[in-house]
Design a protein around this ligand. Structure first.
Ligand SMILES: [Zn+2]
Length: 322
């Protein structure tokens, strides 16, 4: 009996020992495997090298850890090894952060210390660290209704649209204004629905030829000086009117903002896909003075988002398209 018990205890002990040995060896082999996998990808080695370089630039190990997590090794190599950026950590927290623009963020922040880091990133992504009408991009593919035309983005010379339609009276004052086909029906629907509220909306300017825009800009410059022309008219190629997707309602005088038509448009136009493009509180982003009469067609989805978030199209594109 005693022998039997001893044998059982011995077997249990042996099994336990074997079990422990087995567990340990499996554990060890996992560890080795993990380590060798990491070693196999030179990335770890490179990260280690960058760690030294980043330390010598003056970054502390906390920030280096974040750099390792958030920025790929190739981007660390390309953008971060030449100098130390004072607010790298803060800028990386912005959802719109792009490592290639880190230098621009730092410079823009130095010139605009009252902005938050998020604002700095957003505004630089819009391009606001460049003077208006500098760093201009010529839009190659301009036929979409979502084409951005502003002081940094212009239409190519000779841009044409094959789907312009005539907006008849009483929707337009002359009965001859032209608009892009995509917005013809929504525009008429909006004007009709406004009429049901006893409001009188009509279009006084829509599509403009490049030559017309050129004439308007030069005329404004002659009459009111270059600064005025730059604020209230667009240089040729830079006007949304040349896209055929912008309209001016009723009058281009600021008194329009005191009308019932304006009050209705402001809160209803998005339902038809239109946005007031140059609001009073966003002049520094759009580069245009307040134009309560100027509306842009972008489709219901985009217009609704912009209305609900009170953002310009420039902000919308950085937030949702980049
Ligand atoms: Zn306009």
């Amino acid at each position: 009996m005693k022998k039997k018990i001893l044998t059982i205890v011995l077997i249990i002990s042996l099994l336990t020992i074997f079990g422990l040995i087995l567990y340990d060896s499996v554990n060890n082999s996992l560890k080795v495997k993990t380590e060798s996998t990491i070693d196999g990808q030179n990335i770890t080695k490179e990260e280690y090298i960058y760690k030294e370089e980043l330390l010598s630039l003056g970054y502390n190990s906390n920030i280096i850890k974040k750099i390792e997590e958030k920025i790929s090794t190739i981007n660390v190599k390309n953008y971060l090894l030449n100098k130390k950026y004072d607010y790298l950590e803060e800028f990386t927290s912005s959802p719109y952060f792009k490592i290639e623009n880190i230098e621009r963020y730092e410079n823009y922040y130095k010139n605009n210390p009252s902005y938050t880091f998020d604002q700095v990133v957003l505004y630089v992504e819009i391009g606001l660290d460049y003077e208006f009408y500098t760093n201009v991009n010529t839009i190659e593919d301009y036929t979409s209704i979502t084409t951005l035309v502003n002081k940094y983005n212009k239409l190519p010379e000779g841009a044409t649209f094959d789907n312009l339609v005539t907006l008849e009276k009483p929707y337009s004052n002359t009965g001859k204004r032209k608009v892009r086909e995509e917005m013809y029906e929504p525009l008429k629907q909006m004007i009709d629905d406004a009429k049901k509220e006893k409001l009188n909306l009509y279009v006084i300017s829509a599509f403009r030829e490049n030559s017309t825009q050129n004439y308007l800009f030069n005329n404004s410059k002659k009459k009111n000086g270059l600064d005025y022309a730059l604020t209230y008219s667009a240089k040729p190629g830079h006007s949304e009117h040349e896209l055929g997707l912008a309209i001016d309602f009723n009058t281009t005088q600021e008194k329009f903002k005191k009308t019932k038509e304006y009050a209705w448009l402001k809160d209803n136009s998005y339902k038809y896909g239109f946005v007031m493009r140059y609001p009073e509180n966003k002049v520094f982003i759009t580069g245009y003075g307040y134009e309560p009469w100027h509306y842009r067609y972008l489709g219901i989805e985009i217009a609704t988002k912009m209305y609900l978030e009170d953002i310009t199209y420039e902000e919308y594109l950085v937030k949702y398209k980049n």
